[in-house]
Design a binder for this molecule. Sequence first.
Ligand code: NAD
Ligand code: MG
Length: 362
Amino acid sequence: MGTLTVDLGERSYPIIIGRGLLSQAGSHLKKCGIRTGSPHLIITDSNTAPLYLEKLQSALESEGFQIVTAIVPAGEQSKSLAVYEEMMTRAITGGLDRKSAVIALGGGVVGDLAGFVSATYMRGTYFVQVPTTILAHDSSVGGKVAVNHPLAKNMIGAFHQPVLVLYDVDTLQTLPDREVSAGLSEMVKHGLIWDESFAHWCRDHAAELLALQPEALEYGLEKGCAVKAEVVSRDERENDLRAILNLGHTIGHAIEAIAGYGEFLHGEAIAIGMVGSAKLGVRLGADPSLETETVSMLKALRLPTVLPGHLSTDDIMSAMSHDKKFTEGQMNFVVPKAIGSVEFVRGISSDMVRDIVDELKK
Ligand code: NAD
Ligand code: MG
């Protein structure tokens, strides 16, 4: 078991990663100042609930906690204002008060939804993340919480840090293969932006990671969370540094948007986006091995590295123009300089970006 800290002064919190943690949840919550006197709400989804809800709920109840639960349909569509309102109703009927915790049990969807409920119910309650996907090592750390608007993803949200991230790697054993690879995409991203030796470690241990070997998962999640925690500690509200976490996301979000959410999982789309960023890096002066190495790492994790030919370059360019990182008519990108090192580059010509999108189809 390993513990990391997200260092945010008085709002610092631990990320505990290890095996068998669900059954010890009660004592961990108590250590974070959560009391048994108020009811607490576990929000989970329809895939995660049958697997892990009873285990977490009974562990908490056996320590004297009073628990109410809410199960939302699995999938991105639960990050909606309609589901948010249902969760508010559950919190009110369950009698939650200002000393209550909202506990997210699941992947990034449940984490983002529960976090926004926690940020806003009675102007803020305790928030606990119990991530059960690999991708959620990214979403559970850092305090960005949100639901979607029909016109745009993550448009309605807040910064609301958890008091605890409790990461039981045993829960990852039931993940479908595609979700495993998609989560590993964000893991290797943390290496690519910050830590060369970790990026290489991800490639060299791809087989163990894909096989969900617990020691490899624990190490990889610890390293990935450590990078995220470090970046968030230095720039909680994305004034500058935090933007590097978006490596591959400008092109990746455009791919997700035009392919229709569903053809690609988020981690798959950003894998292709990270290849595009590497190509951009090489055009801007990085050694060509940057691109070949990036591709080999992603392939080792069974991620796509090529854009399907049926996706139109025009559509991708137009989707990118709606991206938050597109300001004042110029394109801004997180660009790698080498494996483990990136910079935020403003004012990249859209012709160069268009060439790269075309190249991604080859
Ligand atoms: P998800 O929550 O939809 O989980 C993926 C799938 O796995 C779902 O079908 C879920 O029901 C299922 N699942 C979850 N745990 C399982 C388990 N242990 N065994 C079997 N199945 C399980 O998606 P995700 O990939 O975890 O997260 C994606 C979401 O995270 C997106 O909405 C994205 O916007 C958000 N996100 C947020 C941040 C942030 O900083 N807040 C960062 C990255 C992503
Ligand atoms: Mg992401």
